[in-house]
Write a protein that binds this ligand. Structure first.
Ligand code: GLC
Length: 752
């Protein structure tokens, strides 16, 4: 035994020493390289430019290839394929010091194989699956010339008018923390020097999801308490998970744009949180500080952002144009420039780019990895688990195999929409539409669009990404609707594929009215009037207001945009091959007027009381949402017993065991996400009425009962107290367990 321990100790010591040696070699290499670099070459490393393969922001900087050849560009984004990145890399390797380029891209929910949009994937409540989809994305992206993704986006959001809710995981902080960790691990793996791992980039730092009125790029203003309690933890989780890079956000924080905010980028991110990677701005965010009114010109913008802690300028060319003069004028220091260059060269070194700049340009690996069977099967699995059953009266679903189906709606056969927004290199021509999925499953189906995407031609142009529309795009809608109604009448059941086009959410796509477009609603009501049973299949990138739909349509499936295998996954759920188990992670309001509306709200001093005029409520609506956080049904039914606590009170050193029996009391085997919430009844700062603190996803065969066990410790009860100290305060607590944040069993306990 002693001999084995001795051997183990020797192995550990050897590993530590070789790691130290490796770090020394890396430091020596980078330091020697920096010593050789001119000021222009150093500034070049801080310059990130978009290629012309894809454009994701306001303007293109022409002549980026000349900058690469002159050594004035250190990284390129929106360029991929082994061939194209090799071509650009060869240009960089002809420069004096042959410093390789870094290639970044928005691999947000898949690279070529596209997974559900993040707000959809979040409904799986499966961290392993979300890590796997990031891993698959990294394998494909790294085989396609890329080493860096601008993902995960972890912005907490409580306002579905904001188009970018599609890219995040919704309103809950604790849940956002879990997903942030899973995604960083999926992209970066355990070894960045491996050829199938890529740098992750946590964004948008910080608080971008809290834009006022849900209007993109708008002002963000909140207390430090609100920041630390609700919005900052997912970014911190990504940092603690070792994320390699951070992207600044467009919005201001405490009145200073994030991109020029020293408290945020240096005091908090580096000094408090210990972030060691590099900070890149969002697209021309430095330049935009002029419009913010915090600086007069690019010279001042460059000074403010660089001294705040930004290392790399995305597409703004402010560092490229101003840094030399800023240094001459002693507004910035040479040491700070060298530090920024060091961080970027360090990332390139970790990726192995100095040893083999073409290791990511391997066409053979691209052929093997991209859209292979394994990735496509994973895409289907994730898609099926992202679907949320919102309503299913009289068990209309699953459909009978022999049913004569009328498939109606403009989204039913739209390949482009199936891969959603921020689908970057996704090949939508390879996406399965709902019509294709039903046909592939042998369904007896006839399809008609019934309506255009929207009556508003600008929205259609945006949806179809067309500068000019064809006649068919704006043909008279009346005959389309009439034909669809006739089709419905001669069918057994109608499946309606309605909602948003991918162009109606994502960046710069906020909506002030978040209902299904009016013309599509007219189609739905006309088909409903036939009296035929209707299944509404929603395709959308945000929670929608669905009061009429919920009151009239017997079955409603939320399918988001599910990616390459969308149609197959929806068909599988419609016919019951897969029993849906998704749970929403963002509240669905009844009306836009209720926004912001979220489950972990405060109680207020006058909580809603139907018997008291002077209580917090609306004259024209209820306070409650249409579908609460964590909500989702199944084809079966789950019955919850009573909560049992291992004790009535715990000390800060104790753990409380909480258990509850859950029974599948329906007719199908199915999965349930059992959710654990707590409430701190009294705090030195006010506390929300519920906070998610855990969940267990379990499969229960019909008739089966499982006792689900959770553990709660004082760590789970901590919050920022009146002095902003992260602590757990003794007192009375409630614990809630259920299949969503509303329908719960509860019990009380005390923290001594
Ligand atoms: C965009 C987005 C950001 C993206 C970047 C590069 O403006 O805000 O999320 O990563 O530009 O495309």
């Amino acid at each position: 035994m002693k001999k084995r321990q001795g051997l183990l100790a020797a192995l550990v010591l050897f590993a530590c020493m070789s790691n130290v040696k490796a770090q020394q070699n890396k430091h020596t290499f980078i330091s020697n390289l920096i010593r050789k670099m001119t000021l222009e070459e150093k500034i070049g490393q801080l310059n990130l430019l978009t290629s012309d393969m894809d454009v994701t922001g306001p303007f293109m900087k022409p002549g980026y290839k000349k900058d690469i050849e002159a050594g004035l560009c250190g990284a390129v984004f929106n360029a991929y394929t082994p061939q194209y990145t090799r071509q650009l890399q060869e240009m960089a390797l002809k420069t004096r010091l042959k410093i390789p380029l870094l290639f970044g891209y928005d691999v947000i929910h898949g690279h070529k194989t596209i997974f559900p949009i993040p707000l959809g994937e979040a409904c799986t409540w499966d961290m392993s699956l979300m890590e796997q989809s990031a891993r698959a994305a990294a394998v494909e992206a790294s085989a396609d010339g890329l080493q860096w993704t601008f993902s995960p986006m972890v912005d907490i959001a409580r306002d579905p008018r904001w188009g970018r809710v599609a890219e995040g995981v919704g309103e809950d902080t604790w849940y956002g923390v879990q997903v942030a960790k899973a995604k960083v691990k999926g992209y970066q793996g355990n070894d960045l020097s491996a050829s199938n791992t890529i740098l992750a980039c946590v964004k948008h730092f910080a608080l971008y999801g809290a834009v006022e009125a849900g209007r993109d790029y708008n002002t963000v203003d909140m207390s430090r308490r609100q920041m630390f309690q609700y919005y900052l933890p997912p970014y911190k989780a990504a940092i603690d998970a070792g994320v390699a890079t951070v992207m600044t956000s467009f919005n201001e924080v405490d009145g200073i744009p994030a991109t020029g905010n020293k408290w945020l980028m240096t005091d908090l991110l580096r000094k408090q949180w210990g972030f060691k990677g590099f900070v890149v701005t969002d697209y021309t965010a430095i330049n935009e500080m002029i419009a913010h009114g915090i600086v007069k010109n690019e010279y001042e913008a460059g000074e403010l952002s660089f001294n705040a802690g930004v290392d790399m300028d995305m597409q703004g060319s402010v560092f490229a144009g101003q840094m030399k003069k800023l240094l001459q004028d002693k507004k910035i220091t040479q040491a700070a420039i060298d530090t920024a260059v060091y961080r970027i060269l360090s990332a390139k070194y970790d990726l192995g780019l100095f040893t083999d700049p073409f290791r990511y340009c391997d066409t053979a690996r691209a052929r093997k990895e991209i859209m292979n069977t394994e990735n496509l099967e994973l895409a289907r699995k994730v898609a099926e688990r992202s679907i949320v059953l919102l309503k299913n009266d009289n068990q209309l679903l699953p459909l009978k195999k022999e049913a004569k189906i009328a498939l109606i709606g403009p989204l039913a056969d739209s390949k482009r929409d199936m891969i959603g927004n921020w689908s970057a290199a996704g090949d939508y021509t390879k996406a399965a539409t709902l019509l294709e999925g039903l046909k592939a499953r042998g369904a007896n189906v006839e399809y008609l669009p019934g309506a255009h995407y929207a009556a508003d031609t600008t929205l259609i142009k945006r949806a179809l990404q067309k500068a000019r529309l064809d006649a068919s795009d704006t043909a008279d809608a009346a005959p389309m609707l009439a034909a669809a109604v006739e089709l419905a009448k001669r069918s057994d059941v109608v499946v309606m594929a309605l909602g948003e086009t991918q162009g109606m959410t994502g960046e710069a796509a906020s909506r002030s009215n978040i209902s299904i477009p009016e013309n599509q609603q007219q189609l739905l009501k006309a088909v409903y009037a036939t009296g035929k049973p209707v299944v509404l299949v929603l395709m959308n990138g945000r929670p929608l207001t669905l009061e009429w739909e919920d009151a009239h349509i017997p079955s409603i499936l939320e399918t988001w945009w599910l990616g390459t295998k969308a149609g197959n996954a929806i068909a599988s759920v419609l016919f019951g091959d897969y029993n849906p188990a998704g749970k929403i992670t963002m509240t669905f309001p009844r009306t836009t007027g209720q926004i912001p509306i979220y489950y972990n709200h405060k109680n207020t001093g006058r909580p809603q009381d139907p018997n008291n005029k002077y209580s917090s409520k609306y004259l024209d609506n209820v306070n409650e949402p249409l579908y609460p956080f964590g909500y989702g049904l199944s084809y079966t039914k789950f019955t919850y017993g009573s909560i049992a606590l291992s004790k009535q009170q715990i000390t800060k050193a104790d753990k409380l065991q909480v258990s509850i029996p859950v029974t599948n009391s329906g007719n199908y085997d199915g999965e349930e996400v059992v959710q654990l919430y707590i409430r701190d009844l009294v705090g030195s700062a006010t506390r929300p009425v519920k906070e998610l603190k855990g969940f267990k996803k379990l499969m229960l065969k019909k008739g089966e009962t499982q006792t689900v066990m959770f553990e709660i410790s004082a760590e789970d009860l901590k919050f920022y107290d009146k002095d902003m100290k992260w602590t757990a305060e003794p007192g009375d607590f409630m614990v809630f367990i259920g299949g969503n944040s509303r329908d719960v069993q509860s019990a009380g306990f005390i923290l001594k």
